[in-house]
Design a protein around this ligand. Structure first.
Ligand code: PRP
Length: 210
């Protein structure tokens, strides 16, 4: 049976996940925080780790390039997770998806609100449910800048400590969802490599319960 491959994102999720993976015996053969290689061999329950952009993790797993992945619920909601199994909430990299606006912002009465975000689908759904007309401006990062320079009225973005909002004169005005990292599994692999995947999931779950 071929060894399991796990797709992970650099940054917050990698930092929070590596210690957990180490505790279940995953031993990457290189220092993941330093290497420029994107596929890293490992010993233990997974044979390789793929280092990809966070929004690409579900794509690698959906197409079977990795049987397993760890991705934020923000990314999974945006991707549409019906094509993947999501057996475990790892409860790490916790944050909130929020609407944020300049401190003291008065919503415009006569025109649509302009909302800058990379979470286009979740922002659309959120405002549509409330009957609020919005124009969504798609960005790929640094959303906090958009209201400062008049590109948008408000943003939809992740908030953890709130420091980035504060540093840019913004404050949260509504919470859309709470977010944490999830284990995701390719549907075909769940059948073909059922035992290995169940053991991996159970080991993670046992660590989380400690
Ligand atoms: C996220 C998010 C905010 C920031 C919030 O960005 O987009 O900018 O963290 O964290 P805080 O509330 O603790 O200040 P991240 O650094 O993950 O990078 P990104 O812009 O690539 O999403």
């Amino acid at each position: 049976m071929k060894p399991l491959t796990l797709a992970l994102a650099k940054g917050r999720i990698l930092e929070d996940t590596l210690p957990l993976l180490e505790r279940i015996g995953v031993r990457p053969q290189q220092d993941l925080t330093r290497t420029r290689e994107l596929r890293i061999a490992a010993e233990g329950p997974v044979g390789a780790l793929l280092i990809v952009r966070s929004s690409d993790v579900p794509t690698y797993v959906e197409h079977g390039a990795a049987q397993l992945g760890i991705a934020g619920k923000d990314v999974l909601r945006e991707h549409g997770s019906g094509t993947l199994y999501e057996p475990l909430d790892l409860n790490i990299a916790r944050c909130r998806l929020c609407v944020a606006a300049p401190v003291g912002w008065q919503p415009p009465q006569r025109r649509r609100w302009r909302i800058a975000t990379k979470y286009v689908q979740q922002a659309r759904d959120y405002f549509a449910e409330r009957g609020q007309q919005v124009e969504i401006i798609k960005l790929y990062g640094s959303m906090e800048l958009a209201p400062l320079v008049g590109l948008a009225d408000a943003i939809v973005d992740l908030v953890d400590t709130g420091n980035t909002l504060k540093a840019n004169g913004l404050e949260p005005i509504a919470e859309i969802n709470s977010i944490s990292s999830r284990l995701i599994v390719n549907k075909a692999a769940m059948k073909l490599q059922a035992v290995a995947i169940r053991e991996f999931t159970a080991a993670l779950e046992a660590q989380l319960a400690r």
